[in-house]
Ligand binder design. Structure first.
Ligand code: NAX
Length: 325
């Protein structure tokens, strides 16, 4: 019998957590032959709701669900975890400055980095979803000195998927026809969705759409999609965010398609001139459980300016949490 894989989810009673837990439990992340034990973390006021999530998970009778742990203790949630999806974060309250939000979350993610360091499996793979995701991932890995920083990533897959959807709609093709989309930088309004290397049905995407559309329509639409969803739904993206988290971890664990790449925010190794150490979204290929930044892409002046702008924002965020990294 295969040993179950331990998957920790923080903020598991929240909007995204409520989607994620069921999809993972049903085998959609690691496949139908991998039993999973879900280790769910919440803050004490949400433990009642978390109990309800646990009850519903059991009621699904998923063949791939080998157990559920529901707790408010990080050391329990991360014990021997093979995967940790860090979704729980402090939302921006009324009158709260972005700087305060950064600091409040920095405290959560430094504590969780330490708890992962002390309790998780040595090969744990961490995905940070809670915002500001890139900088939270930076804080987490800096507080986990015994773990390989390459085990810490942040989610820009939702932005990547949004970019695929926009390009598919514009060209009248299916998302399946598109290869080599890239999302550079921060999961924020400075992100840079880049179609320069994309093909659609094998044809270069830049030859199918005009530059004005890319600059004035495509890029801002993808950057502002989160705000547009909030405006339409009254609450932020949840199902699509959970779906992107599943895509991210599945591709990391099981491999990205051989003829394509995906976008993941990972600790920079200086590729493309991006400051080493910050958690920046790059095009990556995943194989045998490891990611690798795609090298050698030609970068235009237009792209360079946008890649630098989103890097500058991440450097500013890093400087705002200096004491915790
Ligand atoms: P919710 O407010 O619905 O859920 C968050 C949950 O986290 C709550 O149940 C809360 O009790 C819990 N929580 C708070 N602090 C915690 C802690 N220290 N330990 C454990 N649990 C804790 O938010 P939801 O809509 O699920 O969004 C979660 C996070 O994802 C937010 O930070 C949000 O901004 C971020 N997002 C990130 C995206 C990305 O692409 N990287 C996209 C979607 C989403 O906006």
């Amino acid at each position: 019998m295969t040993q179950p894989t331990r998957v920790a989810i923080t903020g598991a009673a929240g909007q995204i957590g409520y989607q994620l837990a069921f999809r993972i439990a049903s085998g959609q992340m690691l496949g139908p032959n991998t039993p999973v034990i879900l280790q769910l973390l919440e803050i004490p006021p949400a433990l009642g709701a978390l109990k309800g999530v646990e009850m519903e998970l059991l009621d699904c009778a998923f063949p791939t669900l080998a157990g559920v742990v529901a707790t408010d203790k990080a050391e329990e949630a991360f014990a021997d975890a093979h995967y940790a999806l860090l979704v729980g974060a402090k939302p921006r309250g009324a009158g709260m400055e972005r700087k305060d939000l950064l600091l409040e979350n920095a405290k959560i993610f430094s504590a969780q980095g330490k708890a992962l360091n002390d309790n998780a499996d040595r090969q744990v793979r961490v995905l940070v979803v809670g915002n500001p995701a890139n900088t939270n991932a930076l804080i987490a890995y800096r507080n986990a000195p015994d773990l390989d920083p390459a085990r810490f990533t942040a989610m820009t897959r939702l932005d990547h998927n949004r970019a695929l959807a926009q390009l598919a709609a514009k060209t009248g093709k299916s998302v399946n026809a598109i290869r080599q989309m890239t999302l550079w930088g921060n999961h924020s309004a400075t992100q840079y969705p880049d179609i320069s290397h994309c093909t659609v049905d094998g044809k270069p995407a830049p030859s199918l759409v005009d530059e004005t559309w890319v600059r004035d329509d495509f890029i801002p639409t993808v950057q502002q999609r989160g705000a547009a969803i909030i405006k339409a739904r009254g609450v932020s993206s949840a199902a699509s965010a959970a779906s992107a988290a599943i895509d991210h971890v599945r591709d990391w664990a099981l491999g990205s398609p051989a003829d394509d790449w995906v976008s993941m925010a990972v600790p920079s190794d200086g590729s493309y001139g991006i400051t080493e150490g910050i958690v920046y979204s790059f095009p990556v290929r995943c194989k045998q459980g490891r990611w690798e930044i795609v090298q050698g892409l030609e970068i235009s002046e237009f792209s360079r300016t946008r890649m630098k702008a989103t890097e500058a924002e991440l450097l500013e965020e890093r400087d705002g949490v200096r004491d915790l990294i």
